[in-house]
Design a protein. Structure first.
Length: 249
């Protein structure tokens, strides 16, 4: 098991557009590029991570060495220990940018799949009329990551909301006791590509922010809280060292 390296942990203290199927050659000029590694799971072997803006719309994009989204976790058939697979874009943006309490950790956008629970209560991703059975479908989240010793030495977790705490949360927070938002941005998968289009109130305000690309597994704590959701394995990091070398235009 590989935990997120110290370069990203240090960010917690130092940092208080084209859709899939578009002109990738043009988009790739500012990408964080990574070499293919046949030892890694192809669907999570990152070749490039890139972020582009078109007006108020910002596209978070990742290119893999396989078919993105093809691998999804097997169910644990219970919430305790439930697995989560994810494509993640850690950023240097303050969490307040999307409505979380400010200066609380590392703001990251993620596309996730987890068959054992549904954390998007406002959305019916599979269109069957049931809002509570869509966890296996790939969907998006904003999360705030923090070093979490309870997840293991040097590991990160999604920041918990402690008992009695009432931090600011986005309007589409799903009510879980962690810093997570379910904004309803649909991940688009196209062969080796995954992309998420995000609308910002003032997209120009994010220009100059840094980002990276990560593929990872997370797991619900066996106690189901304190902490609730831990990063359990890292499949790949676009920069290799989580230095967040990408810069949003």
């Amino acid at each position: 098991m590989k935990s997120l390296p110290a370069a990203l942990l240090a960010l917690t203290t130092s940092a208080a557009t084209a859709l899939a199927g578009g002109n990738h050659a043009a988009d790739m000029k500012d990408a964080v590029v990574s070499k293919a590694d046949p030892a890694k799971i192809a669907a999570f072997d990152i070749l490039a991570a890139h972020v582009h803006r078109d007006g108020r719309t910002v596209t978070f994009h990742m290119t893999t060495n396989g078919k993105a989204g093809e691998e999804r976790p097997d169910p644990a058939d219970q919430l305790a220990g439930a697995p989560v697979y994810s494509y993640v874009w850690p950023t240097s943006l303050d969490p307040s940018t999307v409505g979380f309490e400010g200066k609380t950790g590392i703001l990251a956008l993620a596309a996730t799949s987890h068959p054992d629970f549904d954390d998007t209560p406002l959305y019916d991703e599979d269109g069957d009329g049931d809002l509570n059975n869509d966890g296996r479908k790939w969907h998006s989240h904003w999360v705030v990551l923090t070093p979490t010793e309870a997840c293991g030495p040097g590991a990160l977790g999604v920041r918990d909301i402690g008992e009695g705490e009432t931090p600011a949360m986005p309007a589409t927070w799903p009510g879980l006791p962690i810093f997570i938002d379910s904004p309803g941005f649909s991940p688009v998968f196209d062969g080796p590509e995954v992309a998420i289009n995000v609308a910002f109130k003032d997209a120009q305000s994010i220009s100059g922010a840094n980002y990276d690309g990560v593929t990872a597994a997370l797991k619900v704590n066996a106690n189901v809280h304190a902490p609730l959701l831990c990063v359990s394995d890292v499949f790949d990091v676009a920069s290799g060292d989580l230095s967040l070398p990408g810069k949003m235009d």
